[in-house]
Ligand binder design. Sequence first.
Ligand SMILES: *[C@@H]1O[C@H](CO)[C@@H](O)[C@H](O)[C@H]1NC(C)=O
Ligand SMILES: *[C@@H]1O[C@H](CO)[C@@H](O)[C@H](O)[C@H]1NC(C)=O
Ligand SMILES: *[C@@H]1O[C@H](CO)[C@@H](O)[C@H](O)[C@H]1NC(C)=O
Ligand SMILES: *[C@@H]1O[C@H](CO)[C@@H](O)[C@H](O)[C@H]1NC(C)=O
Ligand SMILES: [Cu+2]
Length: 428
Amino acid sequence: MKLSLTLCGGVSAVSALTVPFTMPIPIEIPDAARIFQAAASAPALPLSAFPKFETVKMEDAMQEAAADNSQEKPKIASTQGADAGGQPAPNSNGVNSQNATADSASTDAAAPAPVTPATVNAATSADSSSDDNNSTLSAEKTSTCGTPSPRVEWRDFPTRSKRALVDAIACLQSKPPSGQFSPATSRYEDFVRLHQAWTPNIHNNDMFLIWHRYFVWSFEQALRKECGLSVDGLPYWDETRDAGNFAAAPLFTGEYFGSLPKGNGTAGTCITDGRFAGTTLHIGPGTDSQPHCLSRAVDEKMTSEVNKDYENICLSRTNFVDFARCWEQGPHGIGHNSVGSVMADVRSSPGDPVFWMHHLYVDRVFSAWQDRDTTGARRRTIEGCADGAKPCKPLTLKTLVPMAGLLPDTTVGQVLDSTNGAMCYSYK
Ligand SMILES: *[C@@H]1O[C@H](CO)[C@@H](O)[C@H](O)[C@H]1NC(C)=O
Ligand SMILES: *[C@@H]1O[C@H](CO)[C@@H](O)[C@H](O)[C@H]1NC(C)=O
Ligand SMILES: *[C@@H]1O[C@H](CO)[C@@H](O)[C@H](O)[C@H]1NC(C)=O
Ligand SMILES: *[C@@H]1O[C@H](CO)[C@@H](O)[C@H](O)[C@H]1NC(C)=O
Ligand SMILES: [Cu+2]
């Protein structure tokens, strides 16, 4: 290793001249990293630039659930808003294919170039065995999961672990991109870019909960393997505890995710405090890729809809497809839209690091719904569609859950039970 020398007097000047100049090795000052000052960042974009999540009002979800209970089962009513992709119907084309490429069936001219998925891990990919059509997982499936990693509510996560978590997220933001997810400019943006590109395959269809569960797990593995995160478990943000006053939620502070401000005129407000102050995002808005600041624009009237009543309406649904639809277009989508701005972007919302706390909560309730059936059947069986065709290709335990190389691709059967399959965690 080359060192730069500071010379006292001229005695060793000759030998010093033979030492080529090198940049000083940066010195890590841990405490300095705790001082998060607003850095110059790109401007906030107009709120209209972010394509919103489709949502359903609680009253409509309640009627759906009541009709379900009286066995009428009408189809879900129309929704508010639409993805920028403009597809009138869910479209899962590509999700079930090894060659799943971004927006493979999108008609959106502004869609980005496809992401090239990594080689499918042969051990976990959908095989051609005769039970491709089998929707029941064997109960005696062996587990390699020892002690499940505990996931707890944000308020129950130790302070030191909270700090380590936001530090690890910031670490991923500072790492170079893999190069596989152009135009991502950091390892963190690899994740944003994949979500942006695959939105039509993983939203407003039956892959939503399953794919996002594995996506969050993949992100956690990157934090641990690439940024040295070593905390026990992860926190989720139970948003119902802050319904109507998200801005006061204890993760929106100068120590962690920064404030949750209102909008700034017709634009979001750039985040100038917290661990992610001054962040410039390069993925989004929508299918676009232009520099913009990490911004938020809370609507507390809307956050009040992310409440226990709505959660319970969804939890009362008795089949996977009904629950998943209720949950995605209910509190999940409303939570996104009400934090606003970047988080309200159905494509590129992972650009706001609070996305992960939100999706941990979304997964927490999915898990709670699965556990409502004490026979464990909801951790072993699946139903629904794997594509948008009519009739659709059925979603089965063998349906591929692709992760484009962030982790090896896996299958629905490996993701359904978080303590028996590709992952190993449980909620406390
Ligand atoms: C995937 O693409 C490769 C190369 O384009 C092709 O050879 C292969 O048959 C495709 N596989 C599937 C499952 O479509
Ligand atoms: C699924 O299984 C049923 C009965 O087990 C069979 O009739 C049907 O053809 C199968 N579908 C596919 C796509 O294999
Ligand atoms: C589905 O798989 C389970 C577990 O492997 C098995 O017990 C069951 O008989 C299979 N059902 C069909 C229709 O193949
Ligand atoms: C709010 O908007 C004004 C005018 O567009 C802009 O100058 C200012 O930087 C914005 N502030 C934040 C925090 O986004
Ligand atoms: Cu998503």
